[in-house]
Ligand binder design. Structure first.
Ligand code: ADP
Length: 394
């Protein structure tokens, strides 16, 4: 099978600035490639060249097995190719004076020449896909960043592209909105959509990509499966980049509401490895039981079967915690600290992840933060308090 897109010896300059020297790669139908690399390495320019929004200086791109585009190609040829490429940008590029629905309908009428009724039908279907039917009459300024980005994705999907290029589409979003967008991309991946995604979410990239391309100084330095690039990088530039990114980058996910709170906690227990140790700072008291409801039994069952140990620092033991301690003495260890000790309440620490639990009766929330440095800081504090704490004797 011929690749959907094949890039051959692509070169691009901005005047004297040589952005790419010699880019070669291809992508097949149904494949997902993620491009990673530091700022200024040429990722955006590459996507813009692939979508033919930007001209290039030498080399060629073969599209869909039959259309060859070079730097000499005419606009007419390029337009034919462009129709089948979707691109989603960091900053959404929505028309502010048009409603959500109009933002999707107009390109369908202008570019794809659909009748208005047909275009509306299709736009509504796409809005449903991104869970935004109820916002069809809103204007972009009244939407959150995440909602704007979902409209932009719906607009692109409506054009039935062969391939979609995503350029750092979460980087203009508040951290708590990122997860929704990544979830949407996972759904598209599941449906078999061919995609090239520029991202700095390494974990997401490793989960979704068939292949990772690492770019530096206008070159593809390394390409391969996520396992090869993330676990066994060969080039010193890749190693350095991954190290810097891991050090400074935080991945934050927010799970709000009773259903999400319970599902997250159960899912987390299922996900973590057996025999692990889990540090809990601050007392949940009865609030944990209230927020987890029936799901707490399932949570304990998994914990017991996986022999997950808890080391907890708390102010006082409530009845339900005592019961647990009787039941699972080998899995649970408590230390009591005085009530006036400053504890950032309800911080759970596991591996390189911090979980902040907020027990609001209406909307209990889990905030998951992946960051090694932060974990190290909290663990140091935990160990100091542990030393100062008083062991519980029943
Ligand atoms: P990345 O997406 O990896 O951050 P870019 O593709 O945005 O990198 O930029 C690659 C290089 O091209 C940088 O040196 C940048 O300054 C330059 N560049 C990007 N766009 C333009 C432009 N429109 N005019 C001149 N130089 C540009």
């Amino acid at each position: 099978m011929k690749p959907l897109i094949e890039v051959i010896n692509l070169k691009k300059n901005y005047k004297s600035n040589n952005v790419f020297q010699d880019i070669n790669f291809n992508i097949k139908k149904g494949e997902i490639k993620c491009i990673i690399g530091s700022s200024g390495s040429g990722k955006t320019t590459l996507l813009r060249c692939l979508s033919l929004l930007e001209s290039f200086d030498d080399g060629k791109i073969l599209y869909y097995g039959n259309s060859e585009i070079t730097s000499m190609s005419q606009e007419k040829e390029k337009n034919e190719v462009r129709k089948k490429i979707g691109i989603v940008f960091q900053d959404f590029n929505l028309w502010p004076h048009k409603s959500v629905l109009e933002n999707i309908v107009e390109p369908l009428m202008i570019v794809n020449k659909l009748e208005k009724n047909e275009a509306i039908k299709k736009a509504l279907k796409m809005l449903k896909k991104v869970d935004l039917e109820n916002k069809k009459d809103s204007f972009p300024d009244f939407l959150s960043g995440g909602q704007k980005q979902r409209v932009a994705i719906a607009r692109t999907l409506a054009m039935d592209p062969e391939i979609i290029l995503f350029d750092e589409i979460t980087s203009a979003l508040d951290p708590e909105l990122v997860d929704g967008i990544l979830k949407l991309l996972r759904r598209l991946a599941f449906e078999g959509q061919t995609m090239i995604i520029v991202t700095h979410h390494l974990e997401f990239a490793s989960e979704i990509a068939d292949e990772i391309l690492f770019m530096s100084d206008g070159l593809i330095i390394e390409e391969g499966t996520p396992e090869k690039i993330f676990c066994n990088p060969k080039d010193s530039r890749t190693k350095r980049f991954l190290k810097t990114l891991k050090k400074h980058f935080q991945e934050i996910n927010v799970y709000e509401g009773i259903e999400n709170f319970r599902a997250f906690n159960i899912g987390f227990m299922r996900k973590i490895k057996s025999g692990g140790e889990y540090y809990v700072l601050g007392a949940a008291k009865e609030d944990w039981w209230k927020s987890m409801g029936e799901a707490q039994h399932e949570w304990h069952k998994i914990r017991e079967s996986k022999k997950i140990k808890l080391k907890m620092i708390i102010y006082e033991l409530v009845k339900s915690e005592k019961e647990i301690l009787y039941k699972m003495p080998e899995l649970t260890e408590y230390r009591l600290i005085s009530k006036d000790t400053e504890v950032p309440s309800n911080v759970n620490i596991y591996d390189d992840t911090i979980l902040l639990l907020i027990f609001d009766n209406e909307r209990p929330t889990v905030i998951e933060i992946r960051n090694k440095d932060l974990v190290k800081g909290y663990l140091n504090y935990f160990h100091i308090l542990w030393e100062q704490g008083r062991q519980v004797v029943l």
